[in-house]
Design a protein around this ligand. Structure first.
Ligand code: BMA
Length: 326
């Protein structure tokens, strides 16, 4: 898109809405042009802060076959000076894990203090469709793979960082004949999952989040509850639009939704979100929280082509939910 037409699109937009998220001036932060080896696109990164304060992104990298793998990029400030692994950090392993035959995508990282490990959930793609796999790591060099934990068609999963009622809990998004909603499941050992239930349903009809929703980054623990950022996929004659909304769940029983925002809080607006391999997509898989405990850094894929950053105040997000929930 030319600068002129992207300016026009922005100027056609009503700007009176409350903006919770501020895009970083250096966006996009990372793209294939920064990569140390040939690739098509770099997008939808998971994120975490390592014990020495380094921000680590586990980026989805798509090659020219169309298959994806995950590669780590590290930065002292989470904005620039990225050091990117010289070769893929986590490649699919179709021999031992046939569910990864067509690649691995869209990781979410959750640090689990009880295990002293990072738990990485990701989409494993194969002839059976996209399912969920899990691996654990301490350093993002060596990974212990648990293999597939949820059968296709399922994706958009993240673990809660601690047990709830003695069991591990995970949010995910199976596709069923009854719809594409957000679910929670429980496990005694991270391998065997059950007690499945829907926690957030896609709306219907004209709504921005009608028919298809999914968890975006992992849940954020706040004093008021588990805050989640989720994506809603609006289907239009010119393709889908991926936008983001907020919901809050009970700390002790995250099956209970306390509040759900009525409108979206973030949507494709800039040229790097509007145009790319898949137009009109903002897709965050990673967040980090700054040392102030309030500033949220949201790392997201723009148009399935690049990586960008937007920041928000967790307090403002919670206040906004009080004013804009159903
Ligand atoms: C979803 C996921 C994301 C992707 C989005 C838009 O289904 O596969 O990885 O960013 O579609 O193409």
């Amino acid at each position: 898109m030319s600068n002129e037409s992207s300016t026009l699109k922005v100027s056609l937009r009503n700007t009176l809405h409350e903006n919770l998220f501020m895009r970083h001036a250096d966006n996009p932060l990372l793209s294939a042009a920064n990569w140390p080896y040939p690739c098509n696109t770099v997008f939808n990164p998971a994120a975490t802060v390592l014990s020495d304060g380094t921000t680590l992104l586990l980026c989805r990298v798509e090659d020219r076959r169309g298959l994806s793998h995950l590669t780590a990029a590290r930065s002292c400030n989470g904005i620039d000076g990225w050091e990117i692994d010289e070769k893929p950090t986590l490649l699919s392993d179709p021999i031992n894990f046939p569910e990864e035959t067509w690649g691995i995508e869209d990781a979410r990282i959750v640090y689990v203090p009880e295990l002293e490990k990072h738990v990485v959930t990701y989409t494993a793609y194969s002839q059976g469709g996209p399912g969920i796999s899990l691996a654990v790591t301490t350093d993002f060099h060596e990974f212990e793979r648990f293999g597939d934990i949820m059968a296709p068609d399922d994706k958009d999963s993240a673990l809660f960082p601690r047990r709830i009622g003695g069991r591990w809990a995970m949010i995910h998004r199976p596709v069923t004949p009854m719809g594409t909603h957000i679910w929670i499941s429980y496990s005694p050992d991270l391998r065997h999952w059950g007690n499945h239930s829907i926690i957030l349903k896609a709306r219907e009809g004209a709504w921005w989040d009608a028919n298809k929703i999914g968890l975006s980054p992992p849940p954020i623990e706040t004093e008021e509850g588990w805050l989640i950022i989720y994506h809603g996929v609006r289907s239009t004659p010119s393709g889908a639009i991926y936008r983001l909304g907020l919901a809050l769940f009970d700390l002790d029983d995250p099956r209970k939704c306390i509040r759900r925002g009525d409108r979206w809080v973030f949507a494709p607006e800039r040229s790097y979100e509007r145009e790319g391999d898949v137009n009109n997509v903002v897709f965050p898989c990673g967040i980090t929280v700054a040392p102030d405990g309030d500033t949220l850094n949201m790392y997201y894929g723009g148009a399935d082509t690049c990586i960008a950053l937007a920041t928000a105040s967790i307090k403002h997000m919670l206040d906004w939910l009080k004013r804009h929930s159903e």
